[in-house]
Design a protein around this ligand. Structure first.
Ligand code: HAM
Length: 416
């Protein structure tokens, strides 16, 4: 038997319905914030992620699905959405005439070669959004607000934003030096990866999953002490805006995020202080790094699968409709023809209709009525049809009514 690959999953039944409901809520919310939907390809040139996300990140070093196609092109299945959207932004020269920020959202499958566990898969969905062209803290506040409210609209009222600032390049360089000086004498106490990170990207040490609990990491200098005046004042202004917007946040001076492109604002959304349900931040140099002009960006991505798990674990009720509106039963050939056009007519008028497609007995068709939890059913009958009418039966009350065929759609509509 050929089975699905480790860390992947099929989506069907109630799970698919739940996702459709969640997608609807998220898309509607994005529209309110005036973000437009975007789809980018599943695979891109490997260089996009290697350069964009950063060569020294875990994601690029250990997690990307890299392959060569038959034309020997080096390709990568997208591990995240930001670099792809930046590529789109540059390729379409959307920076050319930017009188307003460009704002887009996506809902897409991502691929990372990780050790699968609850809420961590190799193929997973991210709902994310990006905003280009504003360096004003208003855009930081907007992005954080959209991320935060998305969870609240999904019924997760207790989410919290963990917020930090990585400052501008100058602040970070100063911090980087102090981290190297701090870790260097103790570097042998840390894992092999951290030893490598020391010179290449010491901030990554703070993000290490192996050494996270070690004192040496816990007592490391914090970035907030190294922010220059401008970066510190920017961070303070952002917090003032978040206060005004009544957003539940907490400054977490340990938060550095696992991707290289961030500066200034970084944030994650958590529930009950467990793993991140989503994360994002500002990336003012990424457009330039990937070959575009100097244009700032900020965005966020929700771990969709983790969010669905959280919804389930927190007992949030997602309405799932497993019932149909009308089932049409028949026996004779003329009744069958009527069933064909009546179901079509009902469906085209927004009514969920079913009929038999297996030549079942009437008794078996009645079983389908119950299995589909039909609200109404109609047993076609040649005599009724001669009078251009059908008998509609309410499956709950078992009350029935003669209805003219021409009035059927209106009748069902009125009674739903
Ligand atoms: P990220 O933190 O790598 O950021 O991923 C965002 C979220 O995706 C995580 O918080 C997590 O919930 C979810 N996630 C990550 N890996 C997995 C996995 N293997 N299985 C299930 N869920 C996962 C980014 O990807 C950035 N592009 C976010 C961003 C957008 N920053 C700016 N704009």
């Amino acid at each position: 038997m050929i089975t699905k690959q480790k860390g992947t999953y099929d989506i069907y039944g109630d799970e698919a319905k739940k996702r459709a409901y969640v997608n609807d809520i998220l898309a509607t919310l994005c529209e309110k914030y005036n973000y437009n939907y975007i789809e980018t390809p599943v695979f891109e040139a490997s260089e996009l992620f290697h350069r964009g996300v950063g060569e020294t990140t875990d994601m690029v070093q250990k997690e990307t699905y890299d392959f060569k196609d038959r034309g020997e092109r080096a390709l990568t299945l997208r591990p995240e959405g930001t670099a792809s959207v930046v590529r789109w932004f540059i390729e379409n020269k959307l920076y050319g005439n930017m009188s307003d920020p460009v704002k887009v959202f996506y809902n897409a499958k991502m691929y990372r070669y990780e050790r699968p566990q609850s809420g961590r898969n190799r193929e997973f969905t991210q709902w994310g959004f990006e905003c280009f062209g504003s360096d004003d803290v208003m855009s930081d506040a907007e992005v954080i607000s959209l991320a935060y409210n998305a969870y609240r609209f999904l019924g997760l009222d207790d989410v919290k934003v963990k917020l930090n600032s990585l400052g501008d390049t100058a602040s970070r360089m100063k911090y980087r030096e102090s981290l190297i000086a701090y870790f260097e004498p103790h570097i042998h106490e840390l894992c092999e990866d951290c030893q490598e990170r020391l010179k290449k990207n010491p901030l990554r040490i703070l993000d290490c999953k192996v050494d996270a609990e070690k004192d040496i990491i816990k007592k490391a200098p914090v970035i907030l002490d190294y922010l220059n005046e401008e970066s510190a004042s920017r961070f303070k202004k952002l917090q003032e805006l978040l206060d005004l917007m009544d957003i539940n946040y907490e400054v977490d001076d340990r938060l550095v995020r696992g991707l290289d492109y961030y500066n200034h604002t970084v944030f994650e959304i958590t529930l009950n202080d467990s793993y991140a349900l989503g994360g994002g931040g500002r990336y003012n140099d990424l457009v330039e790094t990937l070959g575009g002009p100097s244009i700032s960006g900020i965005g966020f991505a929700m771990g969709y699968d983790r969010t669905l798990l959280a919804i389930e674990e927190n007992g949030v009720n997602i309405p799932i409709n497993n019932s149909i509106d009308v089932y049409i039963l028949y026996v004779s050939d003329t009744e069958k023809e009527t069933a064909a056009y009546l179901t079509q007519d009902l469906r085209l008028n927004g009514i969920i209709a079913e009929t038999d497609m297996l030549g079942k007995s009437l008794k078996s068709q009645f079983k389908s009525v119950d299995r589909f939890q039909a609200k109404y059913y109609i047993v076609l009958n040649d005599d009724d049809l001669k009078n251009n009418e059908v008998v509609v039966k309410d499956n709950k009350t078992k009350e029935e009514e003669h209805v003219k065929i021409n009035d059927l759609v209106d009748y069902i509509d009125m009674h739903m």
